[in-house]
Design a protein around this ligand. Structure first.
Ligand SMILES: Nc1ncnc2c1ncn2[C@@H]1O[C@H](COP(=O)(O)OP(=O)(O)OP(=O)(O)O)[C@@H](O)[C@H]1O
Length: 602
């Protein structure tokens, strides 16, 4: 393959680019982490429903021989924030060219020297306990053709096969106090694996090629892959052998049919049934090697059929991105957010990973693979623009801000709820030490087991109680949204007539920054609490109470007008406690306000 004149020119600037990249890294002020890279396990991601990773592959021998060189780098392993940098040469009309660098923040950035084991440990391993516990764990590799999706996915699939059975055995040992050597690989769980590919809207069974299978939603809303082979596996070797059968078959047809592999999504699905607790939901692991994304220029020479396939691939990749991102946003957003999973067969298949009303744990890991060579920087940028919006910051949920969300509950609060909601389930047995968040992480079967240890509790009743507990999370997800909508509406209402820039800027900030909104809601809640407390304290003093009510009216009006400043001085008022002192404090504040004091600078 020959290079164009522009490519030749770029490659001739190798020394300049390499020097500039070295300078960029030498002068960058990366924050160094106290945790050594070896100790970092990726467990910090535990709270996140979506984890975004990038992996830069090394240049291949043939590429180096052709004179290509890398222009994509990552932050060093010991830094607190993981970033990936795409460097390019910016041509100036006059003067010397300069190095332009675009950076993208991700949860884990794996550089050229990262090994498969490290990627697996930090990015993928945490999906195993989720699936064993009855949840949905999904892993996607996405990126340009030839960037290393299959290399990464095949390695991870084999490591999952290696560890899945081990995790299950350890789980059994913990439950029954047994020794690892006394527990077999298939103890307690039944595993069924399928391997199929999705090309356009057509799905074919890779364990029984070329049988076509259909992805359908049944009347109960459950997604079925009708006609697919599901093989029961009892050992790591059996699972590895299915994975290699499916993968090698895909490779064979890929070569025979003009490289189909990069145009189809390969899906390995492992269903996990807990045989001890048939009432518990089946866990699922989806391992997806996605079709390589293609740009319009790549598809210029395609025939009509291939063009249609490219359209379908791009549509399914866009829908997948929208579903992952919207699912993450919907949990923290102020608005109703639609999750368009019906727009493609791929996302219909993965419906259970996107459902907001799901009463089980769901976690999605996306690994974007990057070919670092300088001639592919546009492809790399496209891949990174595709995955970086999936990283949605989720503000911590505090008990004060969402008292009905079990995620924020302490052990005491959790035990109280159990006591109030069941006469038979003993909180000391179900959740002796756990917080709400920890109990939500407990596998469904263990939750049911613990309930059944209490006299008179049947597995069916235990399952009902589990669903009741999880429903609170679903309700809270929707309720938080409702509260946020109300809070924003109150800002809008309070200043409907005003249209000044300060107000609009504040409103925009609340809309775009969930943490600022959470802080503002918290301050509003504390203020309301304060008002109630003062009323309570003054109930025997009608004169002072009347005075307070009048002051309060004015304070509220002022507050509505000065939303942000009000938050700052609320603390000052609250410090005075309640009763007479607080009323005096509030009167003082109002007086100062009327005199035009600027609290922000005080
Ligand atoms: N991290 C890596 N270390 C070493 N070699 C790698 C790495 N990643 C990929 N490769 C090599 O790069 C080549 C292309 O990788 P791979 O086939 O996985 O790409 P792909 O993204 O799956 O491509 P396609 O979309 O065409 O299926 C292979 O020869 C693979 O062995």
């Amino acid at each position: 393959m020959t290079f164009t004149a522009a490519e030749e020119k770029l490659l001739s600037q190798r020394d300049f680019v390499e020097r500039q990249i070295a300078k960029f890294h030498a002068t960058a002020n990366f924050k160094v982490s106290d945790v050594s890279p070896e100790d970092e396990t990726g467990n910090g991601d535990d709270d996140r429903d979506v984890v975004v990773c990038v992996r830069v592959r090394p240049l291949l021998e043939g590429e180096t021989q052709r004179g290509l060189f890398p222009a994509v780098t990552t932050t060093p392993a010991n830094t607190t924030e993981d970033k990936i940098f795409v460097h390019s040469v910016e041509k100036k009309v006059t003067g010397l060219p300069r190095l332009a660098t675009k950076d993208f923040g991700v949860d884990h950035a794996f550089g050229q020297t990262s090994l498969n084991e490290e990627v697996y440990q930090k990015a993928a391993r945490s999906l195993i306990p989720i699936a064993l516990g009855g949840g949905v764990g999904s892993l996607f590799a996405s990126g340009q053709t030839g960037s290393g999706k299959t290399h990464t996915m095949t390695a991870i699939e084999n490591m999952i096969a290696r560890d899945l059975f081990q995790f299950a055995r350890e789980y059994r040992c913990q439950q029954d106090g047994l020794k690892l050597e006394d527990v077999s690989d298939s103890a307690d769980f039944e595993y069924r694996a399928s391997f199929f590919e999705l090309l356009g809207n057509k799905a074919r069974d890779l364990l029984n090629y070329p049988t076509e299978v259909s992805i359908l939603e049944d009347v109960l809303g459950q997604v079925q892959v009708v006609g697919v082979t599901e093989e029961q596996v009892k050992t790591p070797d059996e699972l590895t052998s299915i994975i290699s059968r499916g993968s090698s078959f895909r490779k064979t047809i890929g070569t025979a049919k003009n490289d189909t592999s990069s145009r189809s999504h390969a899906i390995c699905r492992i269903k996990i049934k807990n045989l001890r607790r048939l009432e518990a939901e089946e866990g699922v692991l989806y391992l997806l090697d996605l079709a390589g994304s293609e740009s319009a220029s790549d598809s210029r020479n395609h025939d009509k059929e291939r063009m249609q396939e490219s359209v379908e691939i791009n549509k399914s990749l866009t829908t997948l991105k929208d579903c992952i991102r919207n699912r993450a946003l919907a949990v923290v957003s102020t608005k109703h957010i639609h999750i368009p999973y019906r727009n493609s067969k791929l996302t219909v298949l993965l419906k259970s990973a996107f459902e907001l009303s799901s009463v089980r744990a769901c976690k999605t890991v996306v690994i974007a693979t990057i070919n670092p060579n300088i001639l592919d920087t546009n492809h790399s940028l496209n891949t990174l623009r595709y995955v970086s919006p999936l990283k949605v910051e989720v503000p911590p949920i505090t008990e004060a801000a969402s008292p009905n969300d079990p995620v924020s509950w302490s052990n005491t609060k959790l035990q109280e709820w159990v006591k109030q909601n069941s006469t038979q389930i003993d909180p000391a047995v179900l959740c002796p030490t756990e917080t709400g968040k920890q109990l939500l992480k407990l596998p469904e079967a263990t939750f049911i087991d613990r309930c059944c240890e209490c006299p008179g509790v049947s597995p069916v009743a235990a399952k009902k109680f589990y669903t009741k507990f999880w429903r609170l999370v679903v309700l809270a997800r929707t309720k938080i949204r409702q509260d946020r909508e109300d809070a924003l509406q109150s800002v809008v209402d309070s200043r409907k007539k005003a249209n000044d820039a300060e107000y609009l800027e504040f409103l925009e900030r609340l809309k775009s920054d969930p943490q600022a909104l959470a802080r503002w809601m918290e301050s509003r809640r504390r203020y309301e609490e304060y008002e109630k407390r003062v009323e309570e304290d003054l109930k025997d003093n009608p004169v002072l109470l009347a005075h307070f009510k009048e002051e309060r009216k004015q304070a509220r009006e002022w507050r509505e007008e000065n939303l942000e400043k009000a938050d700052l001085i609320i603390d000052q008022i609250l410090e005075k406690g309640s009763g007479r002192e607080a009323v005096v404090a509030m009167a003082e504040v109002l007086k100062k306000v009327k005199e035009g004091a600027d609290f922000l600078s005080e």
